[in-house]
Design a protein around this ligand. Structure first.
Ligand code: C2O
Ligand code: CU
Length: 506
């Protein structure tokens, strides 16, 4: 790893202007870079901008009873800061996209038009669906073309999301602003007893870190001092910098999504009051988990219910995450940073909220008495088990309606996590120990601390397709782009992959 770029602000902070960056970065200069590389904005953010809430899209019914959503991905200009607007990409708007909402049992049809000057794709992260509808690297959408995935939603209520997944280019497409929430409701488990008025007491909190040039352009240069990936110094929530939200109810539900490239956040409130963690990636926990911290690596979600006092100003803050990394890797992955994210401004009189239910959902523990296969995955450099992603190679096949155990170990001292398409899994053990309460619900993405095996139980239900693979990969986007990814297919019982089988790399 080399000192490839030294941030001008870092030098300014250190009074090093006048010394060429290359000199400052070399040799003993590294000590100065080190000292300036952590960020602490606790208590220093002005919170001057009202939080933007992405529009809620419920779609329309077509003649066949499907819920149809029209999405157009296109370039735009978004006003992040005073002065010039920033060139961005978005869905049905300049930056980010609407919150899509549909219910279990419904068939959805997404009409995704690519208005960008290059091919992209749109992946439904966390969704159980046929591989050909998944929106991964095998379903590119050429400029000017429309892609029409359709599937029947069949999974518990959850906060899922969508983002591009073009092979090798996901970091840039997501960073420019193509992302949004996909909320699944589940009428089969009864009414939502948690706060559920969208934009009033049920709020998306899409957290991304950005870097801006002085003229407000997005800084898209690569990472500085480590191989973790790009880390920004400015936090955007739903596309709003220094945001506040006016709370009008006793309870407010925040749907937290880490849509950043590299950063891991460890959310808490500035007065350290506890809150209720009610859901993780794939749905509600069995019961609310009272805690004062929730850590999310890229791609992970959490729903929390916060109860501010009337008139109070509470700050959602990210504390230094527990990454388990050595000091160098930690610092340059943003692991020493404290960041003020969002101010909650409670009204002097708060409307009553229903008490939190004691039970939230049935989350059956996985039955591991009959395991069809146990697989191990070693993440190192840009490789999983010594191989980089190859669009034309299927790494393995799983069988429909079976349970597998996957054990993932990050072996190279770098920060990683692990995401599997189509499956919501459960964490069995982390480093041999049972997971904390906060990781006992449905997950599709999990942080993998260095040299610590993380064992997952996965069940593959339906959607067999020998031709079209699903992905598994590190969701630190630069790693994903550089090849830390593999592919599997789901087969019917009794079927096997042929020896010469390759996927069709479109
Ligand atoms: Cu959120 Cu394969 O991605
Ligand atoms: Cu990684």
């Amino acid at each position: 790893m080399g000192a490839r770029r030294v941030d001008r602000r870092t030098l300014l902070k250190l009074g090093l202007l006048g010394i060429p960056a290359t000199v400052a970065a070399a040799g003993s200069g590294l000590a100065y870079v080190w000292a300036g590389a952590d960020i602490d904005t606790a208590g220093k953010v002005s919170f001057t901008n009202r939080l933007a809430v992405p529009p809620l899209a419920r779609g329309r019914r077509d003649g066949a009873g499907r819920r149809v959503f029209d999405l157009r991905i296109a370039p735009g200009r978004h006003r992040f800061r005073p002065g010039r607007p920033t060139a961005t990409w978005g869905v049905n708007g300049a930056h980010l996209g609407p919150t899509l909402r549909a219910a279990r049992g419904e068939t959805v049809l997404l009409r995704v038009r690519n208005g960008l000057p290059e091919a992209t794709s749109l992946h439904w992260h966390g969704m159980r669906l046929p591989a050909a509808m998944d929106g991964g690297p095998h379903q590119p959408i050429e400029p000017g073309h429309t892609w029409l995935p359709t599937w029947r939603i069949d999974q518990p209520a959850a906060t899922l999301w969508y983002h591009p997944h073009p092979h090798g280019r996901t970091t840039r497409h997501l960073y420019r602003g193509v992302a949004g929430l996909f909320v699944v409701d589940d009428p089969t488990t009864g009414p939502d007893e948690l706060p559920h008025r969208y934009g009033v007491d049920d709020i998306p909190v899409i957290v991304q870190d950005k870097r801006f040039h002085a003229d407000n352009r997005l800084d898209e240069s690569g990472p500085t001092m480590s191989g973790a990936g790009p880390v920004g110094d400015t936090i955007s929530v739903n596309g709003t910098l220094t945001p506040y939200f006016d709370v009008t109810t006793e309870h407010v539900r925040l749907r937290l999504l880490n849509a950043s490239s590299t950063r891991v956040y460890r959310f808490g409130l500035d007065d350290d009051r506890p809150f209720a963690l009610v859901a993780t990636d794939g749905g509600l926990l069995a019961e609310p988990c009272r805690t004062n911290r929730v850590q999310l690596s890229p791609g992970e979600r959490a729903e929390i219910v916060v109860a501010p006092e009337p008139g109070q100003r509470l700050v959602l803050r990210s504390h230094p995450p527990r990454l388990g990394l050595d000091p160098w890797n930690r610092r340059f992955a943003g692991g020493d940073d404290t960041l003020d994210i969002l101010q909650l401004r409670a009204a002097n009189h708060l409307k009553p909220s229903a008490p939190l239910p004691e039970r939230l959902a049935d989350v059956p523990r996985p039955d591991t008495s009959a395991v069809a296969a146990t697989r191990t995955f070693s993440l190192s450099g840009n490789q999983i088990n010594g191989r980089e992603m190859d669009m034309a190679r299927i790494d393995f096949a799983v069988t429909r309606d079976t349970t597998e155990i996957w054990e993932i170990t990050a072996d190279d001292g770098a920060p990683h996590n692990f995401h599997v398409h189509d499956a919501q899994f459960q964490v069995l053990t982390i480093g041999g120990a049972p997971p904390p309460e906060s990781l006992r619900g449905w997950k599709d993405t999990v942080h993998t601390p260095p040299n610590t095996p993380v064992r997952l139980a996965l069940r593959f239900h339906d959607h067999t397709d020998w031709r079209t693979p699903y992905m598994y990969h590190c969701h630190l986007l630069q790693h994903e782009d550089q090849g830390l990814m593999g592919q599997f297919v789901i087969l019917e019982p009794g079927d096997r992959l042929g020896g010469a089988h390759t996927g069709h790399a479109d």
